[in-house]
Design a protein around this ligand. Structure first.
Ligand code: COA
Length: 261
């Protein structure tokens, strides 16, 4: 499938989605978001894809936020709310995809751009990247899940500080605040993301899917409920062919062959 605002390529079992509006610093217009949904649907249906990378075209930006020219023309509060709900549906699709999604943050990740990265499973950032939620400076607020996802990563004080000031922070600061997991030199970012994606793609897929689900769902549950949920997933995995293969391969001192069953 070809897209106007995305490049989608496959590197073996890894799909690489590049947000491709470099002249606008990959600002997330509605058409781009619709294409992103379609690309994720195609990836969900393709069992050859085991891991996904999302990155931005060019050297300057991952994504500099929602498209401000579209925001400026929102006709009503209802339309604004619809815009937020649509992005929440996209984030839900990302969470429900039983394959890991890595954000490779190659430059500015601002506003909706950072919110998109926060909806990914793991974030790698170039050492030159800058991150922030500057919506307050436009007279609005983060509305694509940013208030809630940032809160869950940093706690309320840091989340309020960053959102109320709209301040941009460096990749290194973001790592200290647990907003990104790893920082690498810009020239090595895509290779680092591919290396990680291939590592995850080589893992037993049912385990990867269950770990993602346990963390995503468990995060919003009380501990006892989350542990019960984990036990259910763990139990289901122990009955899989891959669990038999993995344990047998260990005992036979050989490499396992995963079948995803
Ligand atoms: N929406 C629409 N267009 C955007 C955009 C956005 N979020 N961010 C950048 N662009 C466009 C600019 O309008 C400009 O277009 P032009 O060349 O047609 O004028 C182009 O991308 C380059 O941006 P520019 O502002 O000239 O680059 P800069 O190096 O001076 O500044 C930023 C870079 C990222 C600091 C600045 O573009 C910015 O603050 N962007 C908005 C960030 C934001 O508030 N995001 C939250 C949106 S909810």
């Amino acid at each position: 499938m070809s897209y106007q605002y995305l490049l989608v390529e496959q590197d073996g079992p890894v799909a690489i989605i590049t947000l491709n509006r470099p002249q606008q610093l990959n600002a997330l217009c509605q058409a781009l978001l619709r294409e992103l949904e379609a690309a994720l649907d195609a990836i969900a249906a393709d069992e050859n894809v085991r891991a996904v990378i999302i990155t931005g075209a060019g050297e300057r930006a991952f994504a500099a936020g929602a498209d401000i020219s579209e925001l400026a023309q929102l006709p009503s509060a209802t339309a604004g709310r619809e815009l937020a709900l649509r992005s929440h549906r996209l984030a839900r699709k990302m969470a429900d995809l039983p394959k890991p999604i890595i954000a490779a943050i190659n430059g500015y990740a601002l506003g909706g751009g950072l919110e998109l990265a926060l909806a990914c499973d793991i974030r790698l950032a170039a050492d030159t990247a800058q991150l922030g939620l500057p919506e307050v400076t436009l007279g609005i607020m983060p509305g694509w899940g940013g208030t809630q996802r940032l809160l869950r990563l940093t706690g309320p004080g840091v989340a309020k500080l960053l959102m109320m000031t709209g301040e941009r922070i460096s990749a290194q600061q973001a790592q200290q605040l647990a907003i990104v997991e790893r920082v690498v030199p810009q020239a090595e970012l895509l290779d680092a993301a591919k290396h990680l994606a291939h590592t995850l793609a080589g893992m037993p897929p049912l385990s990867i899917a269950a770990i993602k689900e346990a963390v995503n769902r468990g995060h919003d549950m009380a501990l006892d409920d989350a542990n019960a949920f984990e036990a259910g997933l763990f139990g289901a995995l122990t009955a899989t062919e891959d669990a038999k293969e993995g344990t047998r391969a260990f005992l036979e001192k050989r490499k396992p062959t995963w079948r995803g069953r």
